[in-house]
Design a protein around this ligand. Structure first.
Ligand code: DC
Length: 225
């Protein structure tokens, strides 16, 4: 571990619906580390763009939003993590499908990513966190002590997302969710800037048919002694 770090950094990446957010939260809780969703930063820029009528190709405006972004998190007594932009609780707004698609579109802009990567690295200065996203084990913390790449089949990932949306009261068809998952994957993996991929030294775990607790235990087993 670099001398500046008392506690490890755990970097978890994977496509939408691979289970990375659930696994990262549980690993953080079990190991007493801070949980950070890097996707929330991309979603927050997207939300500000949607609210401000900024289109996905307006790079100058989007870079400006990323540069001045002040996203902070609080944790409720029941463990729910809330995201705030100033005094505005944006937790639910960040999950809106329009914000999600916008986040994936603007994530192709290298200059915008550079601002967010800098903000994300600030969180890890002293170690002690579990961060999940698309480029955490490849770009943000390539020297993380634990590097994990989670996968699952397209159908399994779409099923998880579909159930999540239905539980939230959204009437959507499975076919449309599967199509959206595939579109977002193609964009996240096919872009030039920090595409979604496993680092050569990451441990790949397929979560198909595996209980969450099994995956969490597999990640905890990778911690340095
Ligand atoms: O993990 P998520 O679904 O909250 O991410 C939303 C979008 O943000 C995703 O489609 C791609 C982008 N993203 C990214 O490019 N790099 C990250 N480290 C995290 C998210």
């Amino acid at each position: 571990m670099p001398p500046t770090r008392q506690k490890p950094i755990v970097a978890i990446d994977g496509p939408a619906g691979s289970g990375k957010s659930t696994v990262a939260k549980l690993v953080a809780r079990a190991a007493g580390l801070q949980f950070v969703s890097s996707g929330a930063f991309y979603r927050a820029v997207a939300l500000l763009a949607v609210r401000g009528g900024i289109i996905a190709t307006d790079e100058v405006a989007l870079v400006g939003l990323a540069d001045s972004l002040h996203l902070r998190f609080t944790t409720d007594a029941d463990g729910t993590v809330r995201a705030w932009l100033d005094e505005d609780d944006v937790t639910d707004a960040l999950r809106d499908p329009s914000v999600e698609q916008m986040a994936s579109k603007i994530a192709i802009i290298p200059d915008m990513r550079a601002h967010l990567v800098r903000k994300l690295r600030e969180y890890g200065r002293d170690g002690g966190l579990v961060m999940e996203g698309r480029d955490i084990q490849t770009v943000v913390f390539p020297d993380a002590e634990v590097k994990v790449y989670l996968t699952a089949s397209d159908e399994e990932r779409a099923r998880r997302r579909w159930e999540e949306l239905r539980a939230g009261g959204e009437a959507v068809s499975f076919a449309s969710v599967l199509a959206e998952v595939k579109t977002r994957d193609a964009r996240d993996s096919g872009r030039d800037a920090a595409p979604l991929r496993a680092a050569p030294d990451a441990v790949c775990i397929n979560t198909d048919g595996r209980a969450i607790t099994q995956v969490v235990d597999a990640v905890l087993a990778l911690f340095p002694a």
